[in-house]
Design a protein. Structure first.
Length: 254
C-alpha cells in the first residue's frame, strides 16, 4: 500500500451518516466506557445518575445509553440515523428513542437533569446545539460531553496513529479537537479517565473500520486495514490487541 493515500472529500453530513451502513459492526466492535467515567460524571455534576432524567444525544447503537440505563438513569435517547436507530431499538427496546439531531431537540423546556453526548458533540453546530441543550436542561442541570480517544502514550498506538495519519491526514481516532471548547459564558470542567480492553485483532480492525474517515475512504480502506493487520500481528503475535484509551470528559452546569 502507498503511504500517500488521500481521503476522498466528503461533507460533514456524509461522514456523520456513514455510520448507518455499518450499524451492527459499530455496535459489536466499538468500545464502551469504564465505570470510572460515570463516577466522574456524578462527581462533577454533583448528582447521582440513578433517578436522573438523562437525554443521550447522538446515541447511535446505544453504547452509552445502555450503561447510563444500567446506572439507574431514566434515559431518553436521540439519534438521527435510521440504521443506528434500528440497532438501538433491537438491543434496547425498553429505552425511549426519538429520531432527531442535537441542533433541534424535540423535547420540552427544563425537562432534563443531564444531557450527554458520547462521541457525538463534534457532529453538531454549537451555535444551535448549545442553546438547545440549555433550553432542555432544568436550571442547575448539566451537559456532559465525552470521547474515547486512542491513548498514544502506548508506543504501538502512537505507531498506528502515524501510519493512519499518512493514509488519512485528518485521522484523529476520536480526538475531540476544538469541539471540546464550549463557548462563554459556560464554565466547563474537564477530566480524563484512562482505561483499556483486550480484544481479538479482528474486532480491533472492525473498530477501526467503523470510523467515518475509513468508511468514506472507498476502496483504499481495504489496503489501510491490510497494512494494519500485518503491523499489529508483529506487535501482538497472539492475535489479542490491548486497546488503550483516554476518555476526555467535559461537564458544564447550566
Amino acid at each position: 500500500m502507498s503511504n500517500h493515500a488521500t481521503t476522498p472529500i466528503h461533507t460533514q453530513h456524509d461522514r456523520a451518516r456513514s455510520f448507518d451502513t455499518v450499524a451492527a459492526r459499530y455496535a459489536a466492535a466499538r468500545p464502551g466506557y469504564p465505570p470510572a467515567l460515570f463516577d466522574a460524571v456524578e462527581e462533577l455534576t454533583g448528582r447521582p445518575l440513578r433517578g436522573s432524567r438523562v437525554v443521550d444525544v447522538g446515541a447511535g447503537t446505544g453504547i452509552a445509553s445502555r450503561l447510563l440505563h444500567e446506572r439507574g438513569a431514566r434515559v431518553t435517547a436521540v439519534e438521527p440515523g435510521a440504521g443506528m436507530a434500528y440497532e438501538f431499538r433491537r438491543t434496547l427496546p425498553d429505552v425511549p428513542l426519538v429520531r432527531a439531531v442535537g441542533d433541534a431537540l424535540p423535547l420540552v423546556d427544563d425537562s432534563a437533569d443531564l444531557i450527554t453526548y458520547a462521541q457525538a458533540w463534534h457532529w453538531t453546530d454549537p451555535r444551535r446545539s448549545v442553546p438547545e441543550a440549555l433550553r432542555v436542561l432544568r436550571p442547575g442541570g448539566a451537559l456532559a460531553l465525552w470521547w474515547n480517544v486512542a491513548d498514544t502514550t502506548a508506543p504501538w498506538a502512537a505507531a498506528q496513529h502515524r501510519r493512519l495519519s499518512r493514509a488519512m491526514p485528518a485521522w484523529s481516532h476520536g480526538a475531540p479537537g476544538p469541539a471540546r471548547d464550549l463557548p462563554a459564558p459556560l464554565r466547563p470542567m474537564e477530566r480524563t479517565v484512562r482505561w483499556s480492553r483486550d480484544v481479538p485483532l479482528a474486532a480491533h480492525l472492525d473498530n477501526l473500520s467503523s470510523h467515518s474517515l475509513l468508511l468514506t475512504l472507498g476502496a483504499a480502506a481495504e489496503d489501510v486495514l491490510a497494512q494494519e493487520r500485518a503491523a499489529l500481528l508483529k506487535e501482538f503475535p497472539d492475535g489479542v490487541v490491548r486497546e488503550e484509551y483516554a476518555v476526555d470528559l467535559t461537564v458544564t452546569i447550566a
